[in-house]
Ligand binder design. Structure first.
Ligand code: SF4
Length: 447
């Protein structure tokens, strides 16, 4: 899809340019040294844009210092300030970094004031050549838009179009747009609708694509590849973030794979596929397990998501880390990866659906460890969506359609949510996983 070109520092985003891999720090922004070190590792791994959370005015000064130190050390990777709930902070930081991400759903509670603040913000961006990401998330659309369209992919696309129109009215085109969801069907549908709406208007901004709160491990990678590859294979998407609840450096190889594959630089290791009706047998000769997972998710995720096929049997081989050839035919691992692909494509759910944010400077507890505990204590359940979120500021809004939520409050305290409602607050984090599991079990007994 032909788009405008957006300049973020020394990086160009848009059709005609390579797809750009990016990531986000999970350090505390006030910890300047730690954040600078993480940025260095991200750059070495191949990140071309790095986002850092800026919760308030104090962190505007922190990111200024981080920016200064990185440049002083020869690291020229553009920085993006991530803003929620404070339009004043967005305006203040717009002259400090190369790009600002705002979430229209929480730019300001009052929609009219939000529009006025946005116009002011754009003026600062224009004066400083700062790019903007209008970044909507499925779980955090404003009341104004959900009252009109419900909490739907259409609402996401319509909300984005309203802010796109405001950019155009203000003659501001250095804009990238994203519409993320942890649900691959919602996310794909929202981007497809937005692409059509922008084409109809004749102003097509580049798209930042990603599956938000994808979780970790194989599931997080497969879910991300299914959603992102579906769009990239249709020419939708110009920059990619793979969002994992892990060290963010781990996101980069997956993001790079997606960028390279859809820039036509690498090919799938799929050797053969045989169709029997809507059931496919796929035979791979993959150079590693990671490549097998990525290729498998990209080759068949879209076809499952779009219901062109119903089932995939995985066969063939991959090379393990210690150089051994692992045969997949009839193995438990092949069945497990096929189950993971079915779940990521939302065709068959064999375990709970987990939503977990990647964590950022707002996270005040050990998110990665807690997420692992929650997964191992609830793995036996089915037909339930469980969210583990790093902060109380964004977590509840972002966990979208979760049945249960574990949300960090800070100060070693946790809120437990049932749907959108907190049913226990200020639970000590040493007891919170037990409480969550007890509540889920009790609820299921009641039927
Ligand atoms: S929900 Fe997670 S990633 Fe989002 S702002 Fe809170 S801690 Fe950061």
């Amino acid at each position: 899809m032909k788009t405008l070109t957006v300049k973020v520092g020394n990086v160009l985003i848009g059709s005609g340019n390579r797809i750009v891999p990016q990531t986000m720090c999970n350090t505390h922004t006030y910890d300047i040294e730690e954040t600078v070190q993480q940025c260095r590792r991200m750059k070495e791994a191949g990140a071309q844009i790095i986002r850092i959370t800026v919760p308030g005015m104090k962190e505007v000064e922190d990111i200024r210092e981080i920016h200064r130190k990185l440049r002083e050390n020869g690291i020229d990777t553009p920085l993006v300030a991530d803003i929620h709930f404070s339009s004043e902070t967005a305006i203040a930081v717009a002259s400090v970094v190369e790009k600002v991400r705002i979430n229209p759903g929480n730019f300001h509670r009052d929609h009219e004031i939000a529009k006025q603040q946005f116009a002011k913000f754009i003026e600062v961006c224009k004066a400083n050549n700062t790019a903007v990401r209008v970044g909507l998330n499925h779980g955090s659309l404003g009341d104004y838009i959900t009252n009109l369209y419900g909490n739907t992919p259409l609402a996401m696309a319509k909300a984005a179009m309203e802010w796109i129109d405001m950019c155009v009215e203000n003659d501001f085109y250095n804009v990238v747009v994203s519409l993320k969801s942890s649900n691959t069907i919602v996310m794909v549908e929202a981007y497809r609708l937005l692409a059509k709406e922008m084409q109809a208007k004749g102003v097509v901004f580049p798209l930042h694509v990603g599956v938000t709160e994808a979780g970790n491990g194989d599931s997080g990678r497969i879910k991300s590849c299914v959603g992102i590859s579906t769009l990239l294979s249709e020419g939708i998407g110009n920059t990619v973030r793979v969002s994992l609840t892990e060290d963010p450096v781990n996101e980069i190889p997956v993001a790079r794979y997606l960028c390279d594959r859809y820039d036509g630089l690498i090919k799938s290791s799929l050797k053969e596929e045989k169709a029997e009706g809507k059931k496919i047998t796929a035979v791979y000769e993959a150079p590693s397990r990671e490549r097998l997972i990525e290729d498998f998710a990209c080759d068949f995720g879209k076809r499952l998501l779009d219901r062109e096929i119903d089932d995939v049997v995985l066969k063939g081989t991959y090379v393990s880390d210690n150089g051994e050839i692992v045969v997949l035919d009839g193995s438990k691992e092949a069945d497990y990866l096929a189950d993971e692909l079915q779940q990521a494509s939302r065709r068959r759910f064999y375990k709970p659906e987990y939503i977990a944010c990647p964590g950022c400077g707002r996270t005040m507890y050990n998110l990665q460890e807690t997420f692992e505990q929650v997964k191992s204590r609830t793995a036996h359940l089915k037909d339930v969506v469980i969210a583990v979120m790093g902060c109380i500021v964004n977590g509840p809004g972002e966990m979208a359609d979760a049945d249960w939520g574990y949300v960090g409050e800070g100060n070693h305290k946790v809120s437990i949510y049932k749907g959108k409602n907190p049913i226990l607050k200020h639970v000590p984090d040493s007891e919170a996983v037990d409480k969550l599991v007890e509540l889920i079990e009790a609820d299921r007994k009641q039927g």
